[in-house]
Design a protein around this ligand. Structure first.
Ligand code: MLT
Length: 262
């Protein structure tokens, strides 16, 4: 679908009240397949690809910041004629959800923050991003996949669930290097969303993999404490991509949260 800003690609399943699922970096909408296969009754799950990922392409280059990704989602919702939705973001998806909340809080009929954090990058985090951009330019997405996999998945998933590890590797290796590079730059420059937390008025679910190395459980606990209407669920034994590692527990927590929204 051509919106005002992008040629937009997305996956969807179910019918009813909308939930927008925002994916992690450097993946795409496909990472939500275990959620798309288990949509609760009365809900419609819609998972767009961010610009530069999967099938979505921006029609024009903007300033490249995290706000661009959020504006794309707002525009996409308008094109689908969705006034509001439950917005669920995992990791980078959460960074985009914070930006979208700043742009238009009325779009939120609930917020799910999975394996994400409100803080901006630290100076050393930004150095790591610069190093990853250099690695990407030198060796391409396979090198990014090799570097990220140990942080994206728990040791258990990597050793006992080779299908999940192979799937995540395939998604990263198949990503467009230009889209990956732009997202690294956007994440490095994103603002601190911590001051926004007390102002987030909608009901919020915070989900976190117990063994998440990229956005540790301590961040999830702090976020939960700062959000006025938050529930926290820790997914035992899961790493950063908790929806892929523990889909049933993830789906149950999400389903309970949605049930309470009806
Ligand atoms: C993600 O999973 O979206 C990224 O790892 C987030 C990040 O690098 O900050």
């Amino acid at each position: 679908m051509r919106t005002g800003r992008c040629d937009m690609a997305w996956l969807e399943a179910g019918a009813g009240w909308p939930v927008i699922l925002l994916h992690a970096f450097p993946l795409r909408a496909d990472m939500w397949r275990a959620q798309l296969e288990a949509v609760p009754p009365d809900w419609r799950f819609i998972a767009p690809d961010f610009r530069g990922f999967g099938g979505t392409r921006a029609l024009a280059a903007g300033d490249g910041g995290i706000d661009e990704y959020a504006a794309d989602i707002g525009d996409f919702m308008d094109c689908l004629k969705l006034e509001d939705a439950v917005i669920a973001g995992l990791s980078m998806g959460g960074y985009v959800a914070f930006a979208l909340y700043r742009q238009s809080p009325a779009r939120f009929n609930g917020l799910v923050l999975a394996d994400t954090r409100p803080q901006a990058d630290t100076p050393s985090g930004r150095e790591g991003r610069a190093a990853m951009r250099a690695l990407l330019a030198r060796e391409g997405t396979p090198a990014v996949a090799a570097q990220m996999l140990p942080k994206l998945l728990s040791p258990r998933a990597r050793s006992e669930d080779p299908a999940v590890a192979a799937y995540v590797r395939r998604l990263i290796e198949g990503a467009d290097p230009a889209g990956v590079d732009a997202a690294i730059a956007a994440m490095a420059d994103r603002p601190d969303s911590t001051p926004d937390l007390p102002r987030i008025a909608c009901a919020t679910l915070v989900l976190a993999g117990e063994l998440d190395e990229i956005t540790p459980v301590a961040d999830a606990r702090a976020m939960d404490a700062a959000l006025p209407r938050s529930t926290l669920t820790i997914l035992e034994g899961a790493g950063h991509l908790s929806n892929l590692e523990r889909p049933q527990v993830f789906n149950r927590a999400l389903g309970d949260f949605l049930l309470a929204r009806l």
